[in-house]
Design a protein. Structure first.
Length: 233
């Protein structure tokens, strides 16, 4: 029995430490890269909001609002509101980082407009994944208070699989939004040749946090599957 619980704790760390390290490293790298390029002004003198506006206007999305939201790196495209939300530092920022992030969010709007397949899959999965996250948190919370029935472990595995699958679909959608962003920035002359590397570095660093999140989820899922299999013996 003691051996069993030690074995489970050992497994937990074995599966969790690589994800924790990768996640920590990805976040440090993003804050370093974003911090660096938010100090580098763009030659065009454009703010993130102006760059996003230009990309949307040129794509025939002149009626799509670009709004400011509070928070650090809280930038997102909302497909239900069909609106772009930029954090204050990227909305007003005239840096390589601000213009890069704003263009990435505009890239999501372009995916939506083009009915890009994986974007639609991700949008359809979003409420399902949200429900799975609530169910997963709920069952973990209950687990703190009572001994979980074996069936609970399989419910955890099922809900966590949905969450992991959602993250798997998110990854190519994020990379595609960045490549659309870069294409538009250079095509419209919003970013010049010597600024290209900076934009790529910021967007790659942001994408890496999604890679880390996916790896962490896959390892966590493997951890649950391993204990479920062990408990059947
Ligand atoms: Zn994105």
């Amino acid at each position: 029995m003691i051996y069993d619980s030690l074995h489970t704790i050992g497994l937990y760390w074995l599966f969790l430490i690589p994800g924790l390290l990768l996640g920590g490293w990805a976040h440090i790298r993003l804050s370093h890269t974003y911090g660096k390029y938010s100090q580098v002004p763009v030659d065009s003198g454009m703010t993130g909001a102006q760059a996003a506006r230009e990309i949307l206007d040129r794509a025939g999305l002149a009626d799509m609002p670009v709004e400011e939201v509070p928070g650090h790196l809280s930038d997102h495209y909302d497909p239900t509101k069909r609106a772009l939300f930029l954090s204050s530092e990227n909305f007003h920022g005239q840096s390589v980082a601000a213009v890069g992030v704003a263009a990435h969010e505009a890239g999501h709007a372009l995916q939506h407009q083009a009915a890009y397949g994986l974007f639609n899959v991700r949008m359809a999965l979003a409420p399902v994944s949200h429900f799975a996250s609530m169910a997963y948190m709920g069952i973990l919370f209950l687990g703190w208070f009572m001994h979980l029935l074996p069936i609970a472990l399989w419910i955890i595995i099922a809900t966590f699989s949905v969450i992991t699958f959602f993250q798997l679909v998110t990854l190519p959608v994020e990379y595609d939004a960045s490549s659309r962003a870069k294409e538009q920035l250079f095509r419209l002359g919003l970013v010049h040749e010597h600024e290209r590397a900076g934009v790529s570095k910021v967007l790659d660093a942001a994408a890496l946090t999604y890679v880390a999140a996916l790896v962490t989820s896959i390892l966590t899922l493997l951890y649950y599957i391993t204990i479920a299999r062990d408990s059947r013996r």
